[in-house]
Design a protein around this ligand. Structure first.
Ligand code: FE
Length: 207
């Protein structure tokens, strides 16, 4: 019998910076566990679940969207969406994020939230108020209108036809080693030091 040497369908993307690059806001230990254990675990599980199914070999975003409407594929969805969300989260951060969006995105934030300070207040309220595990997002709907959203567990705005611009992971595994139960301090430090507005602008300009 021939051994199946096919490569797994899904790969763990590398972090876009070193594990210690987000210190002191997020420690290397947190990033190592979060990427190397949690994110990697979702990818490994997804490969096991997808093998031999209609999901094998398909693009990750397509797997998320298709499994979201397949009640028999809830576990596929959970692992695929968590793989997608974490990849998006790594890119929503950068070392020494400057906290200032530019161009059309800055104008849209002024139009839809009243300004950057108001955006921060609203984003903090949503991220801090998310009960249990999940994510907070800045998303653009059809036509480019901005809004802040929270999703439960693995849920992701891409299944609702919305375009995410940024996300913060508010599962406890994202911050517990560094902030224990002080999620609000993690959110404040994230907004002040790590938010990647360049990434958000690229996403916004593609809407
Ligand atoms: Fe996470």
């Amino acid at each position: 019998m021939l051994e199946n040497k096919a490569k797994p369908s899904f790969a763990l993307p590398e972090l876009p910076y070193d594990e210690n690059a987000l210190e002191p806001v997020i420690s290397a230990r947190t990033l190592s566990l979060h990427h190397g254990e949690h994110h990697a675990g979702y990818v490994t599980k997804l490969n096991q679940l997808a093998e031999g199914s209609i999901y094998a070999g398909r693009p990750l975003d397509e797997v998320v969207r298709r499994s979201a409407v397949d009640p028999a594929a809830k576990t596929v969805f959970n692992n695929a969406a968590q793989a997608w969300n974490h990849d998006f989260y790594w890119r929503s951060m950068r070392p020494r994020g400057d906290g200032m969006p530019g161009g059309a995105l800055r104008d849209a934030i002024g139009r839809d939230f009243g300004g950057l300070s108001e955006f921060r207040t609203a984003f903090t309220k949503t991220a801090a108020g998310k009960f249990g595990s999940g994510w907070a997002w800045l998303v653009a709907g059809k036509g480019g209108a901005l809004k802040i959203a929270a999703t439960d567990d693995a849920d992701t705005p891409i299944t609702a036809g919305e375009t995410p611009l940024l996300t913060i992971d508010v599962w406890e595994h994202a911050y517990y080693l560094d902030y224990q139960n002080r999620r609000i301090d993690y959110i404040a430090a994230w907004l002040e030091n790590l938010i990647n507005w360049e990434f958000a602008e690229v996403n916004f300009n593609a809407v």
